[in-house]
Write a new protein. Structure first.
Length: 251
């Protein structure tokens, strides 16, 4: 996911964050995030970013870059820019638009010029820099690029839907008419990792959504598909580097 996509922890001053569904990219979300007005000098502009199975196209003034799929929390560095705008693509859809297999960008932030060419990216960066609404401008850039690319693979869309619903990898592979190894090979370029990791990341996001809605942790664990609350706590720690109470407060 992105530099800061609204799913971070609760550390430091609270920044402003806004998102909306994209009007031109099915399943995508466009978002913006700005450091808190009272953030101290040297404080990172955004909170840690948690794995969510997505990739983002990002803009900050003078720069366009890509956030690959994360397998652990990404922590921005002190001194990073105060404002970011992003397009968060639905899982499995970004590689066709960006022109690079997802596993090549796993756990990386890569300059867009390395993928699309320096001259084109300079032009696009200037376009977003000069826009009255950078969010809409970045969305338009992504939408124009997507219009020249093939539509998302419906099989991969079904894989995401199945895993998001909590079905197991074996059941998902069977429903897709694939063997386990075939599904793994199809998943790497689409999602950046195998279906087991994707299922784990999506389960984490289900659990966080439930917990943020006020569900007790034990109930959250059972509903999201964990064996018990201890299993939930272990996965949160391994995938984010933080405890549940650090992410969400006492629960």
């Amino acid at each position: 996911m992105a530099v800061g996509g609204g799913r971070g922890g609760r550390e430091g001053p609270v920044p402003s964050y806004a998102e909306r569904p994209s009007g031109v990219l099915p399943g995508a979300v466009v978002w913006s995030k700005t450091a808190a007005p009272d953030a101290r000098p040297g404080t990172p502009a955004v909170s840690p970013v948690l794995p969510d199975g997505c990739m983002d196209l990002l803009w900050t003034e003078g720069r366009l870059f890509v956030a690959g799929p994360d397998t652990h929390a990404y922590r921005p560095e002190a001194g990073d820019p105060a404002r970011y705008v992003g397009v968060r693509f639905a899982p499995g859809t970004a590689p066709a638009i960006l022109g690079v297999p997802a596993h090549e960008l796993r756990d990386q932030r890569v300059e867009l010029a390395d993928l699309w060419g320096a001259a084109e990216v300079r032009r696009l960066t200037a376009r977003v820099d000069g826009a009255e609404d950078p969010v809409a401008a970045l969305e338009a850039v992504a939408g124009e690029r997507a219009a020249d690319r093939p539509p998302p693979d419906p099989l991969l869309t079904e894989v995401v839907r199945s895993l998001s619903a909590g079905r197991g990898v074996a059941e998902t592979a069977d429903a897709a008419g694939l063997g386990a190894r075939q599904l793994h090979r199809r998943s790497l370029p689409a999602f950046g990792y195998g279906p087991k990791t994707l299922a784990r990341v999506l389960r984490l996001q289900r659990a966080l959504a439930l917990a943020r809605a006020g569900r007790p942790y034990a109930d959250t664990a059972a509903t999201a598909g964990f064996a018990d609350q201890a299993h939930l706590a272990r996965d949160v720690k391994e995938l984010t580097g933080m405890r549940l109470t650090e992410l969400l407060g006492p629960g």
